[in-house]
Write a protein that binds this ligand. Sequence first.
Ligand code: GLN
Length: 193
Amino acid sequence: MKIGVLALQGAFIEHIQMFGKIGVEAVEIRLPGQLERVGGLVIPGGESTTMMKLMHDYGLITPIKKMAAMQVPIWGTCAGMICIARMAINPDSSAMQTLALMDITVRRNAFGRQVDSFEAELPVTGLQGGPFHGVFIRAPYIEKAGGGVQVLAALADGEIVAARQGNLLATSFHPELTGDPRIHSYFAGIAKG
Ligand code: GLN
């Protein structure tokens, strides 16, 4: 089983290295045909509007939606979480075009300028071995989660920052930028079924 990491923009190399660390083969995805060879897909952090535009230009929107419909696991981190959300709200309150895969409403750059980036120790449901060190960079959070969505982690103030809906996983933070592979293992576990 191979994991694909969308490699159009953003922090894709770090994800591939992290999977390598835990012995899971991960490959870069740029073209629709490459999706057929993977048993899971990661949409990394970066800039979500740019990533959506590139997915559109590379003809990836429909194939990724089909993958999700076929229950292939998909994990979005930060900008990737915005891309998979059913609804994403821009800082000026307008709506952003997304892949609309997961029943969550996310707010972009939700923590404001004063706290552009921060780190927090997060207890994450389903992870053994203590809290996870969350690295947040101009991060979104989940403002609303549908009935079928399981909240996996929230900040002390209640903002939801990790969630799962069936084979879809979303994290506001960047597990690929820490030395801790537990969320990569968790996702690989979903992909291995
Ligand atoms: N602020 C970015 C966006 O809205 C996400 C930042 C990130 O992925 N670290 O797309």
